[in-house]
Design a protein around this ligand. Structure first.
Ligand code: HEC
Ligand code: HEC
Ligand code: HEC
Ligand code: HEC
Length: 192
């Protein structure tokens, strides 16, 4: 759960961009099933009862060759970010779930397509700890800032640090966990 000082109306997955019950390619008309299954899930670290075929892409990472002030060490996306990228990198069909090859939907297009070059996106899949905060000098220390610690997954920054796939954040934002009005989301972690 995100510990936040903000007050705002909470959203739900129903009716959000992740509600695919009416999608022609989701013939069963359920919501959770495109991503989760109660049984015989895909076993992968950080994957809660996962049901969607995982991406096999090799990603171009955000590194200090891209930005010399970047202190962290990114790895190929694992954990929750790999789950997101299994639709959002545009390499896997949206309807590749329950072990189906996928055939009806095609791949993601439009603004929600991130691609496999992650060097042009906020870095993910790296450890954010006290050592990183002190080497960077402009970051809050997660060990003493519960609001930051609550956004990390196994101490890592991942896509789901900022987003909630279930839209349980402020209504009307891009599935964000907290409002980014006046860049409040960014300022949860960055001291700027
Ligand atoms: C578009 C994909 C997607 C859909 C649809 C989806 N989820 Fe998730 N879910 C995720 C991802 C990704 C995670 C892991 C990241 C996280 O924990 O936020 C997750 C995590 C979870 C978790 C464990 C973490 C937590 O938030 O408690 C539960 C429980 C869960 N989902 C339940 C559901 C249920 C119930 C539905 C249907 C009403 C659903 N999800 C629909 C993608 C999805
Ligand atoms: C089953 C495939 C699938 C998975 C898994 C998935 N998404 Fe999506 N997501 C989509 C599609 C398709 C859209 C675009 C829907 C549209 O434009 O109508 C979308 C839209 C979005 C949007 C835009 C929302 C808006 O209001 O414009 C965000 C943000 C997003 N996804 C983030 C994530 C994150 C973060 C994860 C992992 C925690 C994730 N998604 C996992 C398929 C997926
Ligand atoms: C550090 C925070 C942060 C991280 C990490 C992050 N995002 Fe986002 N993302 C945002 C914000 C803020 C927006 C909304 C931008 C705006 O207002 O248009 C956004 C927008 C999006 C959109 C909607 C794009 C559009 O124009 O409709 C998608 C899809 C998305 N993110 C997916 C992802 C995925 C997948 C990951 C992981 C690879 C990820 N995000 C990681 C903060 C983040
Ligand atoms: C969950 C905490 C968190 C949130 C929220 C967050 N960031 Fe970050 N961000 C980080 C960390 C940690 C780094 C890695 C810094 C480093 O290693 O130098 C980073 C890196 C960056 C970088 C690259 C820094 C460099 O030196 O190359 C930029 C720019 C950035 N964030 C901007 C943003 C913006 C804009 C937002 C809001 C949309 C945002 N961040 C939200 C934690 C966060």
């Amino acid at each position: 759960m995100l510990i936040s000082t903000f007050t705002f109306a909470q959203g739900v997955i129903t009716g959000s961009k992740h509600d695919f019950k009416a999608a022609l390619w989701n013939t069963g008309g359920q919501i959770c099933i495109t991503c989760h299954t109660p049984h015989n899930a895909i076993a992968a670290t950080g994957a809660p009862l996962w049901n969607h075929t995982l991406t096999a892409a090799t990603f171009t990472l955000y590194t200090n060759l891209i930005s010399s002030t970047f202190n962290a060490t990114t790895t190929q996306p694992g954990g929750t970010s790999k789950l997101c990228l299994s639709c959002h990198d545009g390499t896997v069909d949206l309807d590749a779930f329950i072990g189906k090859a996928g055939a009806l939907s095609g791949k993601i297009t439009g603004p929600a397509l991130l691609g496999i070059n992650l060097s042009t996106h906020h870095p993910v899949s790296f450890a954010y700890n006290t050592a990183l905060a002190s080497s960077d000098g402009g970051l809050k220390d997660p060990s003493v800032t519960p609001a930051v610690a609550a956004m990390l997954f196994a101490n890592n920054v991942e896509c789901a640090s900022c987003h909630d796939a279930h839209n349980n954040g402020p209504v009307g934002t891009k599935l964000l966990r907290a409002t980014n009005a006046a860049s409040a989301l960014c300022l949860t972690c960055h001291i700027k």
